[in-house]
Design a protein around this ligand. Structure first.
Ligand code: HEC
Length: 137
């Protein structure tokens, strides 16, 4: 019985430490993504992702962005204009295409989707490449 309890405790211990271990790939992508964000997005969407006024929409807890990953990739690569409703507010602005590669796009969206209260799985370069291919011709 004692051995059983000992083994059970060990098992729970290993399991929790394994689960609480930060994922090094995710951490690295977040780091790189933050740099891309500062360089290519922050001037419009602001450091806290809250946007500005009626022209620059938020990325922080943005229902519109969080509901469609592929659309967010497309808008980041190719830009976007026209009406969009984000958290109940209508925006009708213009975002230019952002000239970054698949790795930078995956990193910056991993950062954006996991900052300021947002939470989602990381973006992969495959996911970005697929959207790029679907929309470029
Ligand atoms: C020159 C300013 C500018 C820059 C730089 C910029 N954006 Fe935008 N972004 C906008 C505007 C304006 C809109 C809204 C367009 C509309 O109303 O149709 C927008 C919309 C978006 C949206 C969809 C709407 C939302 O807020 O949920 C996403 C996602 C987004 N941008 C991500 C990014 C990312 C990621 C970067 C950097 C790689 C970036 N943007 C750089 C101006 C900018």
């Amino acid at each position: 019985m004692k051995t059983f309890i000992f083994i059970a405790i060990c098992f729970v211990f290993f399991l929790t430490t394994a689960l609480l271990q930060p994922d090094p790939d995710f951490e690295a992508s977040m780091e790189r993504g933050k740099e891309v964000y500062v360089m290519h997005c922050q001037s419009c969407h602001m450091a806290n992702g809250e946007g500005m006024g009626t022209a620059l929409p938020p990325l922080a807890k943005a229902d519109y962005m969080l509901e469609d990953r592929a659309r967010a990739i497309k808008e980041t690569i190719f830009g976007v204009s026209g009406e969009m409703v984000i958290n109940g507010k209508t925006y009708n602005g213009y975002m230019p295409p952002i000239n970054i590669n698949d790795q930078e796009t995956a990193d910056v969206l991993t950062y954006v989707f996991n900052s300021w209260g947002n939470k989602d799985k990381p973006f992969t370069t495959e996911e970005v490449a697929k959207v790029r291919a679907d929309h470029s011709n």
